[in-house]
Design a protein around this ligand. Structure first.
Ligand code: CUA
Length: 336
């Protein structure tokens, strides 16, 4: 009974990392395949080495001891080959094997330097605490800015330049690729690719302050037709308000503090302190994917950002009446 509960507890402990949304053991692209293989290799090697060590330790502890006379003191001053074999030769072989396999994984891990002459497809800039995403390939009028959600076409490699606006962050979508830092004043490049359509969750992986844990990123791998449709929508300016309520919301947005920090292309709002909101309604989450993108969450975020995400740049905008907050949300929700 006791053994059963210990086994159950151990299984739960060991399996907690196996949920799919952010598990490196559920790879969804070539770079992640590589890292998952390396992870399994090291993990299995560790299990084997640990098992052998425990068996040897048990054998040493419980073997039948003879009398003192049978075991005359032995000279351990270098005469014991086991010390050389177990303490040096075997660890050397194991570590050398891990090193070689690791080098091989690194060689396949497509990470280019900023010297790369081919321009990247996307530039991602880390901010405390959100991700600015600029599609920088092609003509200026084809370039778009969004936030916290990166769409990529499935099955195609996409090059991303990573940099930071403030402190060091780290870009990590475990099912797609390994971790790469976003360093202020420096550009690191990474190539990502997703094999299957879907949403891949990522997370800032370098402690960057109070809301580090709420700096979440989604990579959405679209089928080619969906991707083209998404891109066409992003290139277009914001949709004009259609209803009276949405028009009132737009007026509030443009006359209150919102306009000091955000851009909505197609309106006079053109500030770049916070995320570009031109197509915010098309995104899955808000507040760097801390909350699902719903009317209730939008209203809570606009009016109580500091309670939800203390120290974020987004202030509590508490000058709105309830009706005004709903008008504003109605406007934001039609920015598809
Ligand atoms: Cu950004 Cu941690």
């Amino acid at each position: 009974m006791r053994a059963a509960s210990v086994t159950a507890a151990l299984s739960f402990a060991l399996l907690t990392g196996c949920g799919h949304p952010q598990s490196m053991f559920a790879p969804g692209g070539p770079a992640a395949d590589n890292l998952a293989n390396l992870g399994w290799f090291v993990f299995i090697l560790f299990i084997v080495v640990a098992a052998i060590m425990w068996v040897l330790l048990g054998w040493a502890a419980f073997r039948r001891r003879g009398t003192l006379e049978e075991h005359a003191p032995v000279d351990v001053g270098g005469g014991q080959p086991w010390i050389l074999i177990g303490g040096f030769a075997i660890p050397f072989v194991i570590l050398a094997a891990v090193f070689v396999v690791g080098l091989d994984a690194m060689a396949e891990f497509p990470l280019e330097g900023p010297h790369e002459t081919v321009p990247a497809d996307i530039r991602v800039t880390g901010h405390r605490w959100w991700w600015q995403v600029n599609y920088i390939k092609g003509q200026l009028d084809q370039q778009v800015t969004t936030a916290n959600e990166i769409h990529i076409p499935v099955g195609r490699p996409v090059d991303i330049d990573l940099t930071s606006d403030d402190v060091i962050h780290s870009f990590f979508v475990p099912r797609i690729h390994g971790k790469v830092d976003l360093v202020p004043g420096q550009t690191n490049r990474i190539r990502i690719q997703a094999n299957q359509p879907g949403v891949y969750r990522g997370q800032c992986a370098e402690y960057c302050g109070a809301q580090h844990a709420h700096m979440i990123l989604l990579v959405v791998a679209d089928l080619p037709a969906q991707y083209d449709a998404w891109m066409a929508r992003q290139i277009a300016p914001a949709e004009a308000p259609a209803t009276e309520q949405q028009r009132r919301g737009e007026q509030l947005f443009l006359s209150k503090a919102c306009v000091l920090c955000h851009t909505i292309r197609g309106t006079p709002a053109a500030a770049t302190v916070g995320p570009d909101l031109t197509h915010i309604a098309g995104r899955l989450g808000i507040a760097s994917n801390m909350l699902p993108n719903t009317a209730g969450n939008l209203e809570a975020w606009v009016t109580h950002a500091q309670s939800l995400k203390p120290q974020a740049v987004m202030p509590d905008v508490n000058e709105f009446t309830g009706q005004q907050a709903r008008d504003l949300v109605a406007y934001l929700q039609q920015l598809r």
